[in-house]
Design a protein around this ligand. Structure first.
Ligand code: HEM
Length: 202
């Protein structure tokens, strides 16, 4: 069974003009059995994606209310019950779970999966959503799928999802950092925090 961020290797080379700080490159390490467990469990999860997406975000906003501020349509909603029927929240949840679906479709193709997650990290820099919060979404995803999978839930399955998300979050962070460095190298020194960008278009 693979550990959460099992293989970590050094990058083969760094850019010469603007060297990246030396980082460990995350690798996705799934056993063939974990691979199959992900694909099979996704078939069950897929049947309920709209509901799961809403549950993930209601729970996220309940447990970590600070995350709500990153979403323009939800930041002024005080009563989370209002969000249960919100079309915006449903659409957002579906976008996130479509991303998971694409990731599952690419677990055989590490280059395409890596590019997908890096690009998502770059876009999260533009949404002002920093990496320290990504794990919260993962925790809520795990809590939401557990009751759905009932007797199919095993430690091996749990570890398979954790491995996949650890890789995705690590790649998102790289994409986020890359975009931040690019902005800096382009001479854009403005803060990317929400506080510094109250009127930013997300
Ligand atoms: C594993 C963690 C996460 C995943 C997989 C994820 C995935 C996504 C996806 C697929 C989108 C649709 C737009 C796009 O593809 O660029 C999106 C948008 C967005 N995400 Fe995330 N996200 C994660 C965590 C977070 C967190 C923790 C926050 C805030 C604290 C956040 C804030 C946003 C915002 C503000 C948008 C744009 C608004 C929107 O599309 O509705 N995300 N995210």
């Amino acid at each position: 069974m693979g550990s959460i961020l099992s293989g970590l290797r050094r990058p083969s080379r760094t850019s010469e003009s603007h060297p990246e700080p030396e980082q460990l490159v995350p690798t996705l390490d799934l056993s063939p059995n974990q691979h199959e467990l992900l694909v099979e469990s996704w078939k069950l999860i897929q049947q309920d994606i709209a509901k799961i997406g809403v549950i993930i975000f209601i729970r996220l906003f309940e447990v970590h209310p600070e995350c709500k501020d990153f979403f323009i349509p939800f930041r002024n909603v005080d009563d989370l019950h209002e969000l249960i029927t919100s079309k915006d929240l449903r659409a957002h949840g579906l976008r996130v779970l479509s991303f998971v679906e694409k990731s599952i479709a690419r677990i055989d193709n590490s280059i395409r999966l890596q590019e997908l997650a890096l690009e998502l990290g770059r876009s999260h820099y533009r949404y002002h959503a920093p990496p320290k919060y990504y794990q919260y979404v993962v925790s809520e995803f795990m809590s939401a799928i557990h009751p759905l999978l009932k007797d199919k839930w095993t430690t091996e399955l749990e570890n398979a999802w954790k491995n996949l998300f650890a890789y995705i979050c690590a790649m998102m962070k790289r994409g986020y950092d890359e975009e931040e460095r690019r902005k800096y190298n382009d001479g854009d020194y403005s803060s990317n925090s929400l506080e510094g960008n109250k009127n930013a278009v997300i």
